[in-house]
Every structure is written in C-alpha cells, then in structure tokens.
Design a protein around this ligand. Structure first.
Ligand code: FAD
Length: 379
C-alpha cells in the first residue's frame, strides 16, 4: 500500500489551503443550529459554492470540481484544519446527494443537485417518528396513491434543522398491507407543500436545531419518489451507508480535534497526569487509525465496492472517539472547562454522536450479525 500523495494531490491540497486561509471567517460563526447562525452559515455556503468548493467531488455541471474521493478527503482535512464553519447543508450534500447519484432519475439529478450545491434548497432528513427511532422499519407515516401522485400523512420528529430547511427526504409506508421493511417509499418533499407543518423545538444545549414535521394529506407528484415505489428501504440503506460511513464524518474532523487536544495538553503540563497523558495519546492514535481505515475503505470504493454494513464500524468508532476527545479536553481544562465554549459545547454535542445516525447499540448488532456473521439475537 502506498500512503504517499501524488504531486497532483499535493497541488490540490495547496490550492484548497490557500483559498481557505484567505476566506474562512476570522471569528467563529454563531451555531448553525440557531436561526441567526443558520443564516450566517448560508452566506458561507454560498461563498464556498461561488468558488466551487462546496461539493468538490461532484461533476462540474452541478457545481463541483470532478474531484476524486481522495481529493475530497484532502479537502475535508484542509477544511477542518482551517477551522472552517460547520456544514449546515450536510444532510443534503453528504446524505441525500450520494443517494440521488445512485438512484435518482436524470431529471431529479439535473433539477435538485445544482440547487443543493448552491445552498438554494436546504434538505433535512425525515426518518424518525415518535414511535419509530431505532426500529425505523416500524414507521407509520403513510403515502396513499392518488391521481398523478401521493398524499402523505403522519409525523416525523428529531428533524435536524428542520425549522430552517426548505425540503425533506423521508420514508413513508406506501403499501398499507405491508409490514416492516417492505412497502416503504422514499419521498422528496418541499416543506412549503400545502398540508405540511413544521414545528421547531429546542435541544438541551439551548440550540433550536430540531423540528417535528406533520403531514396532513399533503400532495406530492409521482416525480417526488426516489428510487421506485416500494423500494424505500434499500434506497434508505444507501443514505445510511453515507451517514454512518465516509461522508458525514470524514477523518479530517478528528485529526483536527485531536491535534487541538494535543495543543491543549502541551499548554497545560501541570494538568497532565499519567492517565490524562495516555488519554491524549490514545485520542491521537485513534484519529490516525480512523484515517487509515478510511483510506482502505476509499481504496475499495474507487474499485467499485459498496459501503455496506461496515459503515456501522465507522459510526461506532468516530462517535466514541469524539466523546473521548472532548471528555479528555474537559478534564485537562479542569475547573474552567465550563467557560471554554468550543470544548464544552463540543462535548455536549459529542454525547449525541452515539445516538444519531442510528444508536451504537443498533450498530453493534449490525456489526455482529452482518459483518461478523454471528447468530441473530433472540432467534
Ligand atoms: C442530535 C440528533 C440529531 C438527529 N437528527 C435526526 C434527523 O435529522 N432525522 C431523523 O430522522 N432522526 C434524527 N435523529 C433521531 C435519531 O436517529 C434517533 O434518536 C435514533 O435513531 C434513536 O431512536 P429513538 O430516539 O427513538 O430511541 P429508541 O429507538 O427509543 O432507543 C432508546 C434506547 O434503546 C436502545 N435500543 C432500542 N432498540 C434496541 C435494540 N433492538 N437492541 C439494543 N438496544 C436498543 C437504543 O440504543 C437507545 O439507547 C437525531 C438524533 C439526535 C440525537
């Protein structure tokens, strides 16, 4: 295995680094999970788009640079290294877009992808329901066939930034006779559709980043179906592969947070007891391991392999690393941890990592059954 980057890769890195150094806002933007912060982040997203850095791996026709997955990884590393703002467009560009590239019709791709790249359409994920979280196949929102389209009814919840977004991708039961994974359809829904009500609500950390979305006989045309009627589960699993695996949390994020942790440790030698020293080193090693694991995954992807159940391994790994890194940082800061906005808010959010994108308990079952081939629990 050759782990060195080519001259072209290094040139790409230099170009990205230069642009980011000149453009990343000097002061951190307010949280993108507040209304004010979201607007500030949209300005940033549009700046990225104008310079063609918003979706580097997409075709130029959709606003990208036709960059390879390797270059995308390099861009991500540079992005986090530069301390650039969180991507409030992430549910669109990192979760829905790979699914659209795989399952969308040409018309859906041509219409939706450029608007997504330019942060004109802002997508949220409508999967969880009050009675269906881990057990997603138990969802009860319905889609009823009518002339020219579908009527959607039901409720979604925990919809990240739903109150600020313009569109939702969601799963609905389109065959009333079906049970579990069968008979589900994946829909693309503008949130200003008549019969759709979005109600934002706050999170424990004070941000307003969540919404409940209600569907009351909301009409969408047939063209709102992604990947075929009744095929929702397999299309959703492709989105899930991106969410748990590569695209949502690239290694650049953790290389940077563990670098900052090492910096913090170096600045506080008196706080660095034996255990904390081990914790800092452990964080750095895990970030490096995640980087190497990702590189081997990308090697597979560029050969045409699919990100399957293995993406559950990524999810467990990055979410636990994130908690570990932030917890260690707070221990290093000691009594003044609470006034360190970046680490303390980061810590609060890291605690959600083992829950969102499917809880780690569920991921461990997937790894046991589908990666290791162990017998199914309780059967
Ligand atoms: C920050 C954040 C952002 C989110 N954003 C979105 C979003 O944008 N869109 C969206 O649709 N959803 C979103 N979610 C929801 C998330 O996907 C769900 O919270 C998650 O899937 C768990 O579902 P639940 O909350 O209903 O918990 P439950 O499914 O009720 O689980 C409760 C507990 O029981 C455990 N458990 C349940 N079943 C099993 C089992 N079979 N074996 C072992 N343990 C089990 C779980 O691991 C968990 O610890 C978000 C959540 C968070 C925290």
């Amino acid at each position: 295995m050759d782990l060195t980057w080519t001259e072209e890769h290094e040139a790409f890195r230099a170009q990205a680094r230069e642009w980011l150094a000149a453009n990343v806002p000097e002061r951190p933007l307010p949280s993108g999970d507040t209304r004010e912060g979201f607007t500030a982040h949209l300005d940033w997203e549009r700046r990225l788009f104008d310079a063609r850095w918003s979706v580097v791996s997409w075709p130029a026709a959709y606003g990208g640079r036709d960059a390879s997955l390797w270059e995308w990884l390099i861009f991500e590393e540079e992005y986090y290294r530069a301390g650039a703002p969180q991507r409030v467009t992430q549910n669109g560009i990192f979760l829905l877009a790979p699914t659209l590239f795989e399952f969308g019709t040409r018309e859906q791709q041509d219409t939706l992808l450029p608007r997504m790249a330019a942060a004109q359409d802002l997508w949220c994920q409508g999967w969880s329901e009050p009675g269906a979280g881990s057990d997603l196949a138990g969802l009860s929102s319905r889609a009823s066939k009518v002339e020219g389209g579908w009527r959607l009814s039901g409720q979604k919840t925990w919809t990240t930034r739903g109150a600020f977004c313009t569109h939702l991708f969601g799963l609905f039961r389109s065959d009333p006779e079906s049970v579990r994974h069968k008979g589900l359809t994946y829909f693309l829904v503008p949130l200003d559709t008549e019969g759709v009500t979005v109600r934002g609500f706050g999170r424990l950390d004070g941000d307003e980043g969540f919404a409940e979305v209600f569907f009351d006989d909301a009409f969408v045309p047939d063209s709102a179906v992604l990947g075929g009627v009744g095929k929702g589960w397999s299309v959703a699993m492709a989105t899930t592969g991106s969410e748990r695996g590569l695209t949502l949390r690239s290694p650049g994020r953790f290389l940077e947070s563990t670098r900052r942790l090492a910096e913090l440790a170096a600045a506080r030698p008196a706080a660095l007891s034996g255990r904390l020293r081990d914790d800092v080193v452990d964080a750095a090693m895990r970030a490096e391991a995640y980087q190497l694991f990702t590189l081997s995954q990308v090697s597979g992807l560029v050969k045409g392999e699919k990100a399957g159940a293995e993406s559950s391994l990524n999810k467990i790994f990055w979410s636990e690393l994130d908690v570990h890194t932030h917890r260690t940082a707070l221990a290093l800061r000691g009594a003044d941890a609470a006034v360190d906005e970046a680490w303390s808010r980061g810590f609060q959010f890291s605690l959600a990592g083992p829950i969102y994108a499917g809880t780690n308990e569920i991921q461990r079952t997937i790894v046991a059954e589908r990666v290791l081939g162990l017998p199914r629990v309780g059967r």
